[in-house]
Design a protein around this ligand. Structure first.
Ligand code: IMP
Length: 199
């Protein structure tokens, strides 16, 4: 029997990506599909707190297995900023282009441009919480390159590459990205759990 898990997102694209990696042993459903239409609070000071807050919110409401993710860009010369504030770094409304402008301004003249993306996933399965982390190290370049992807993709070049995330196909990015790596750990865990006959 297919096991249902709520993915605490309304981003269909993210959901399809994870569903694809999971195969058909699990059926992922979005917040909207389970009737949660309000914005879930994200008031934590860390990625882990936010991911946890989002998964607990869903679990408290419905008592069902669920997971949530939270991602941030951590820049060394800025002491880890924008970090947990990545989505609204430049202004209260979410604007990728204003965020990039501000980051480039704050980094101008800095020699160390190293940075990393980090994703934390909080899974609640049978009432127990499990955490998964994915990291990709890289650097912030001086000008935007490429038009695929979203967020800070046009200015982030992962280590070992000469192209930005915005110059890569989605498959290529997923292979090495923070979210791809965190999701791979989640998928491996769920498959193992399933094959052990626990759920
Ligand atoms: P979220 O937790 O996935 O909503 O991500 C928070 C913010 O981090 C987004 O609004 C983006 O600004 C940034 N971000 C997350 N993932 C990526 C990515 O894969 N590439 C570029 N920016 C990202």
């Amino acid at each position: 029997m297919m096991k249902r898990i709520i993915f605490s997102t309304n981003n269909r694209h993210k959901l399809e990506e994870v569903q694809h990696s999971l195969g058909d042993a699990f059926e992922l459903v979005t917040l909207k599909e389970v009737g949660i239409v309000e914005d879930i609070p994200e008031t934590g000071e860390t990625l882990q707190e936010n991911a946890s807050q989002k998964s607990h919110y869903v679990f408290d409401r419905l008592g069902e297995d669920c997971f949530a993710d939270d991602t941030g860009l951590e820049v060394v010369a800025l002491n880890g900023a924008p970090g947990v504030h990545s989505a609204r770094y430049a202004s209260l409304e979410k604007s990728d282009s204003k965020n990039i402008d501000l980051l480039l301004k704050n980094l101008s003249g800095k020699l160390d441009r190293s940075a990393r993306f980090r994703t934390v996933i909080s899974l609640i399965l049978n009432g127990q919480e499990y955490l998964f982390e994915g990291i990709v190290n890289g650097r912030i370049i001086e000008d935007r390159r490429g038009c695929d992807g979203f967020g800070y993709d046009p200015i982030f070049v992962p280590d070992g590459c000469d192209r930005t995330f915005a110059e890569m196909s989605m498959e290529e990015k997923n292979q090495i990205s923070h979210r791809g790596r965190a999701v791979a750990k989640l998928v491996e865990f769920l498959k193992q759990y399933r094959s052990d006959g626990i759920i």
